[in-house]
Design a protein around this ligand. Structure first.
Ligand SMILES: [Zn+2]
Ligand SMILES: [Zn+2]
Ligand SMILES: [Zn+2]
Length: 342
């Protein structure tokens, strides 16, 4: 069983995931190249995965072929759904049972196409699946935060080539999200405005970091990007919760997301990347903290963060949390803006 452990000195939680029981030599393996016949995410291999949780399938039986998007539990989950959230002190540390969800969203039955290569309708299906999983998991009161992310390419941590994203739901708010939520809440308290809306307005006015503007979405490079060609995708109109997007909005988001991924692919020659979808956590009641989420609807603004994996996380970054970025966000935006998108 996995455990969440709190480091009081570094002020962070880690998940000690013992599921895979890795030994020293397991960390040096070469990338396995999975052939078409053995890839568990391909058509016809549905029985090689755990039983599916959700699928978009025009017809036919669950766990059979003919699906367009398929969601399954991760075979080696970092966290498990079964059990109770128990938290206790251990000396000066804190430890919590590793309860949560770890799902894999198989974006296409096609082994060789990446998310950027999928059609607008296919990407819309993927986004519709994200929304469905968020809406379902937030019914579970044990889960305080859920995040959808994607690792593309080996350098970004993808262990299987077949295009997929992942969802992890955790029994607490992770530090990165907690900082972002806290900053947004304080800003709103002081100014009665959403910090993200202010940032988007400013960047649209200045323009030099804007990569592409759509009617309702905008892609830009953050002013203090910690790594080269880092990107953000924001809805222009205030909205705290991705799961509240209607079908028309998801369809437009699919256009913007494809555009962003195509630019990254073309300009950076199919570089590995990670993206993460940051959205409002479920507003479950928190004992002892009445009104904890009272301004969430107004202060938070969902978005997608994307980081191409072009530089190595080395000693200085690891030891200081301070990043050295060799490409200015203004230059990066320029290159990405000029990319030819078919
Ligand atoms: Zn495959
Ligand atoms: Zn906003
Ligand atoms: Zn964020």
């Amino acid at each position: 069983m996995s455990e969440l452990r709190w480091d009081p000195l570094k002020q962070h939680w880690v998940i000690i995931a013992t599921e895979r029981g890795r030994r020293p030599r397991d960390f040096h393996t070469e990338e396995e190249t999975v052939s078409m016949t053995s890839c568990p995410f391909c058509y016809g291999n549905e029985d090689k995965t755990p039983v599916e949780i959700f699928a978009i399938r025009p017809s036919g039986m669950p766990n059979a072929a003919n699906w367009r998007v398929r969601v399954i539990p991760n075979k080696y989950p970092a966290l498990r759904v079964e059990g109770e959230v128990k938290s206790r002190g251990y000396g000066l540390y804190d430890v919590m049972s590793g309860i949560g969800a770890h799902e894999v969203i198989i974006e296409t039955p096609d082994h060789d196409r990446s998310l950027a290569d999928l059609s607008h309708a296919e990407i819309t299906d993927v986004l519709t699946t994200y929304r469905a999983r968020y809406l379902d998991l937030r019914k579970d009161f044990r889960l305080r935060y859920m995040v959808i992310f994607k690792n593309h390419g080996q350098r970004a941590g993808a262990s299987l080539q077949h295009s997929h994203s992942q969802l992890i739901a955790v029994p607490l708010i992770p530090p990165v999200a907690s900082t972002e939520l806290g900053v947004a809440k304080d800003y709103f308290k002081a100014k009665e405005r959403c910090i993200f809306c202010d940032l988007i307005d400013f960047e649209l006015n200045v323009g030099e970091r804007v990569v592409k503007e759509f009617a309702n979405f905008v892609t830009l490079t953050p002013y203090a990007s910690s790594s080269p060609f880092e990107l953000r995708l924001y809805p222009k109109r205030h909205n705290h919760d991705f799961a509240l997007m209607n079908d028309a909005q998801l369809s437009e988001l699919a256009v913007a997301l494809k555009d962003m991924l195509m630019r990254v692919k073309n300009v950076l020659r199919d570089a590995a990347y990670n993206f993460i979808l940051h959205t409002a956590p479920p507003m479950h009641h928190r004992p002892g903290k009445p009104g904890y989420w009272s301004s969430l609807e107004h202060d938070y603004h969902w978005h997608i963060e994307l980081v191409p994996r072009l530089t190595q996380f080395a000693g200085f970054e690891w030891g200081t949390g301070f990043f050295i970025n060799p490409t200015s966000p203004e230059d990066a935006a320029g290159f990405l803006r000029e990319a030819e998108i078919p």
